[in-house]
Design a binder for this molecule. Structure first.
Ligand SMILES: [Mg+2]
Length: 292
């Protein structure tokens, strides 16, 4: 049996990393928009709330396609806010006043093509700095789960958009190397959408299914189970391949959600296997030990 697992948000909790990245973006923007770091972070949070109020239209837009929704993953917050600012639509001008305009103009005056360019510049160094700070690590149960999966003879392939060295370093920190059924596949580019179609409609959201790079990985690995924390990125392609009979009808799709799962995700589990993105929602990777 082969388990194909996402990394960030499945083997880690993301709140600390996400907030470090959001704070770094606000700190970088602050002098350009004439605010202190704290004031800029407060305004950033008000923009973030505006994007969360319309999740079907906000999120991560690489190559001009909305590949994941802002309310699925805290790590998407800075990119989602940048795209929302660049698009120039103000959800609630009464509350936000001219703040979005001041951000757009200030950041462009600072020499950036748009807000997204600043967000992209901030993201990588902020993530590396957070990792180097030692504050980030795997969830406490990670080692026990890997040991038990090995004992059970399961294959575990960790497939992530994060770079392979990050996965290897973070697993090495708990004494887990790439051996004994464990493999790491980084830079998977699950976000890459080739063509605008096909899509599926999920609770009023358009989910893109032409993800050829992730499709290739899924077809090569033929997992018995896929687990991820972002349904659009981690599970939708597997769901489509299962529905089309290109992957086994028995393959299971699990969403890891440590807190209360959003209503749209819970609703997914009630649909038939041909049309749902998510078979079950689990709070922890411990759920992998209970699979027959
Ligand atoms: Mg993830």
């Amino acid at each position: 049996m082969r388990i194909l697992s996402d990394f960030d948000g499945v083997w880690t909790d993301q709140a600390g990393e996400a907030q470090a990245i959001q704070r770094a973006f606000a700190r970088d923007a602050a002098p350009l928009v004439g605010l202190s770091g704290d004031e800029a972070f407060e305004q950033f949070l008000s923009f973030y709330r505006a994007t969360l109020a319309q999740p079907a239209e906000n999120g991560w837009w690489p190559r001009g396609h909305l590949t994941a929704f802002v309310d699925e993953d805290e790590l998407l917050a800075t990119g989602a806010v940048a795209h929302w600012l660049d698009r120039g639509e103000v959800g609630d001008p009464g509350a936000l006043g001219d703040a979005p305009d001041r951000w757009r103009q200030g950041i462009r005056r600072g020499g950036f093509e748009n807000v997204e360019a600043l967000a992209n510049q901030s993201f990588g160094p902020a993530m590396r700095k957070y990792l180097e700070s030692g504050a980030h690590g795997l969830v406490p149960e990670a080692r026990e789960v890997v040991d038990e999966l090995r004992r059970q003879g399961r294959d575990l392939v960790v497939v992530s958009n994060s770079p392979t060295p990050k996965l290897a370093a973070m697993f090495a920190a708990i004494g887990v190397q790439e051996e004994g059924g464990v493999r790491f596949v980084g830079d998977a580019r699950k976000w890459w959408i080739e063509d605008p179609g096909p899509t599926m409609s999920v609770a009023g959201r358009i989910v893109h299914l032409d993800r050829p790079l992730y499709r290739e990985i899924l077809l090569a690995e033929e997992p018995s189970l896929v687990i991820g924390d972002v349904a659009s990125l981690d599970l939708s392609m597997g769901s489509a391949l299962r529905a089309r009979g290109e992957l086994s009808a028995d393959m299971r799709l699990l969403l890891r959600c440590p807190g209360e799962a959003p209503a749209w995700a819970r609703e997914q589990t009630e649909h038939g296997p041909e049309e749902r993105l998510i078979d079950a929602i689990v709070p922890s990777i411990r759920a992998l030990l209970e699979i027959a």
